[in-house]
Every structure is written in C-alpha cells, then in structure tokens.
Design a protein around this ligand. Structure first.
Ligand code: SF4
Length: 450
C-alpha cells in the first residue's frame, strides 16, 4: 500500500494569490533566504533571477513583488495586503531590506526575468544571491517552486515526519477503517495528523481555526473592495455589487444563491488581486470552500466544533484527490482545482451537519462527478476569466450536491468517490495540453478571436 501522508497544513496554505507556485512559493523563498543569511556581514546588493515559468508568466502573477516581500521579512501567511498593493504600484521605488547586519535597498523592478528554457532540475527556479561591495557572492541559494506553494532548494532534504496511524490510499480502504475502528473521518484524519506532524490536538484545532478565519477574512475583504483587478483584461470586481443587490431580493432562494455566489466571488477576486487567501485546494479555486464555510457560519450558525469536523472531512477528500489523481490545473485541467474544491465543499457541508462519513463521501462524489472534464483555459493567463465566476458556480453546485446526497435514499447512490477520482485522473491524462493552464485553448482563445 502507498498510503496518504499529506498533512493538513501543507495542503491548506495561507498566502497571496493568484498562483501558489508563482507567488506563495517565491515569497517563501525570499523569506527563507533572509533567514538563511542569519548574522552575515558585508552585504551590499541582492540579486534575484527568475527562470522557467516564473520568468514566462511571473510578471502577470506578481512573482517579483512576492520575492521582494519575502526578503523584506514577510512569510506568505503574514504578508500584509497593503504592502503587496504598494509594491505593485511602486515597482521602481527602492524598498528597505535588512539582511544579516546590512540594510540594503531593492525595488521590485530589480528582479530579473531570466531564461525560460534552462538547465535547472525544476522548471520554476529562482536564484537569490547576496553580494559584497566588490561584487563577490557571499551567499547564494537556488530555489525550486515545486507547486502548491512548496519550495525546495539545491541540497534540500525532505523533513523527517511520522507515519500515519491509519493507512489508507482510497475511499474503500478508509471505509473499512471507519467500520473496523468505529470512528468518523474527522477522528481518523486527526489521529493521522498528530502522528505525521507531532502536533497536539489542541495545536491542530487552533491551526484549523486560523485557516477558517483566513477564509472568512478573504470573503469579507472581497465583499468590501470594489474596483478593477490587476492585469490587461480590465476585469471589474463583482462581489460587492452582487452581495448588495442580493440582499434586497425578496425571493428567499434567489437571495441565498446570490449571497453564496458573492462570497465565492469575493474570495476569488481577492486571489486575483494578489491578496491573501487559503489554497483550497489551490489559489484558483480559493473561493469555493470559503463561500460554503461563510454560509455555514453566518447563515446556518453552524457551531465551531461542527465546522472543524467538516473541515477535516473536506481535507480528506482533497488528500484522496491529490493522492490518486491531481489537484493541479497543469496536470488534469480545472476538474482538479474547481472540481476538487466542489467535492471538498460538498463533504464539508454534509459532515458538519450530519457527521456521517458515507453521506459526506456521496456528496463529494456528486460534487466531483459533475465537474469531470472541466478544462483550464484562463484568458490572458490571468486567474480571472473563467476562474472567478467558476468559483461561484462551484459553491452553489457543492450546496446542491450536499442536498442530493442527504435527501436521496443512500442505497440509491451508485457512483463511488473512488470511481470519480479515477475518472478525473484518466480524463486528465487524455486531456490535450492546451487545456492545462497554458491559455492555448478554450475561452483563452475564443475570447481573443471573437
Ligand atoms: S481555469 Fe485554470 S487557472 Fe482558472 S481556476 Fe481553473 S484550473 Fe485554475
């Protein structure tokens, strides 16, 4: 068996959008370099070179400002939005970087967009160097942004981690474990998380609260922020208007759907603006779970303990999709991002309310099944069209999936979640590469041609 060993806190990451590999990873690299410098003396200049896709699309994604923000002492989970906005608006203005015992000046525009084709072992590579006054390198690190906000570097060794208590690699294994040990999904995942990370239950719950709070903040910030999103598309934010217009609707179902949609748009627009979101499972799909979470907390008044259980069930679905297929648009198209987010959100809704593992799996299966085949075709390479609205449609679809799963006769449910995940993997393998985050197919082309 090749069991799931993903940890909650490597799966869900707080950081600036719009792309975990282009913003969260590079910001982590900048911050890591700052920490690696320790008390080093004699620094006169910092050189940052971006390679591969970081060079090709890093400008539009804000990779340059993300690295600089990291070098200025900001890890992704704590970087203030105001700083990121200010760096975007003042690209040529030198910022203060205090590294080792030196105080240096560096602007966003000093970051070099280097070769797209290169010899480094990973596509998304960045090299950061510290030089003295004579131009001699006194510290150099070669970083790789390996996807999902993870970074590695030349000479990197995987950190030691514990083995999961309950080994499973698919839903069938997990179901057997649930039956044998008479446990719920949340209990299995919690025990595994403790064993893998060495954290206590209290620490894990506190970190889940931090993640849920970050989701809530992204929704609320998006709801009160209007204006144009960055980039050439001239995309106007929609969330505040939709929310306000939705509130005045007299028809209750329309009001509910509109408000839930506005929560998803709000968080997805925050992602597109390069503000802080939670990868759930990715930056592009960062509006679905927050919309559902916000609805559960503020409309249904779901208690915090139930929300945490639902969060753990959603995580389980995400782990299984990552383990047996992919959560990367570049590998399986948007079914792996928005599709998986729909599935996770559906499981969260059901498990928070019913604490029933089988029903949560049914809801997750329905949520994913009807997103199978979804391609990735972001117009102009920006995570805006169709991504932002797709989050809203997915949040409503997750809600619908939860209703079908809980209101049908359970034994009538035919399609197991394992089968849907396997279908997603196969669809992804067969999908033409122009539909996998290259902006060379679908809307990305037809929008331009029309
Ligand atoms: S269309 Fe592509 S970039 Fe946009 S959310 Fe889907 S997978 Fe992500």
């Amino acid at each position: 068996m090749y069991p799931v060993t993903t940890s909650l806190f490597e799966f869900f990451k707080i950081g600036p959008g719009p792309s975990s590999s282009h913003t969260i990873g590079p910001m982590k690299a900048g911050y890591d370099f700052l920490c690696s410098a320790g008390e080093i003396t004699g620094a006169a200049r910092i050189d940052v070179h971006l390679y591969g896709s970081l060079s090709a699309t890093g400008k539009g994604h804000g990779t340059d400002r993300a690295v600089l923000a990291g070098l200025m002492g900001n890890p992704p989970e704590r970087c203030p939005e105001d700083l990121l906005d200010s760096l975007m608006q003042n690209e040529t203005i030198p910022q203060t970087v205090t590294i080792g015992n030196s105080t240096l000046q560096m602007a966003v525009s000093d970051v070099v967009f280097d070769k797209i084709q290169h010899e480094f072992p990973f596509s998304n590579t960045l090299v950061i160097r510290l030089l003295d006054v004579s131009g001699t390198i006194i510290l150099e690190k070669e970083y790789y942004s390996v996807g999902g906000g993870f970074i590695q570097w030349k000479g990197w060794k995987p950190p030691e981690r514990g083995e999961p208590v309950y080994e499973y690699e698919n839903v069938a294994h997990l179901s057997r474990l649930l039956d044998i040990h008479n446990l719920g999904i949340d209990e299995i995942i919690l025990e595994n998380e403790k064993a893998i990370t060495g954290k206590s239950e209290k620490e894990i719950m506190e970190q889940i609260d931090v993640l849920m709070k970050a989701m809530e903040t992204s929704v609320e910030r998006g709801l009160r922020t209007d204006g144009l999103l960055p980039g050439d598309l001239g995309m106007h934010r929609k969330a505040p208007t939709l929310y306000e217009n939705g509130r005045t609707l007299s028809n209750e179902p329309d009001r509910f759907i509109t408000q839930m949609s506005s929560y998803a748009l709000a968080s997805a627009e925050e992602n597109a603006a390069g503000h802080r979101i939670v990868t759930a499972p990715t930056c592009g799909a960062a509006g679905v779970m927050p919309a559902v979470y916000y609805t559960m907390k503020h409309h249904f008044k779901t208690p915090a303990a139930a929300l945490r259980k639902g969060f753990l069930a959603a995580a389980t679905v995400g782990f299984l999709c990552k383990h047996n297929a992919s959560i990367a648009g570049a590998e399986v198209g948007c079914q792996g991002e928005i599709g998986v987010a729909t599935s996770m959100a559906a499981a969260m809704l059901v498990y928070s309310k019913h604490t029933d593992s089988m029903l949560a799996a049914h809801a997750a299966a329905i949520g994913l099944e009807h997103q199978l085949g979804l391609t990735c075709d972001p117009v102009g390479g920006y995570v805006q069209i169709p991504c932002i609205e797709r989050n809203a449609i997915a949040a409503v679809k997750a809600y619908n999936s939860s209703l079908i799963a809980t209101l049908e006769v359970p034994s009538y449910h035919k399609v197991p979640l394992d089968a849907v995940i396997q279908a997603m993997a196969e669809n992804g393998r067969d999908m033409d590469s122009k539909y996998k985050e290259t902006s060379m197919g679908g809307l990305a082309v037809s929008m331009v041609n029309c």
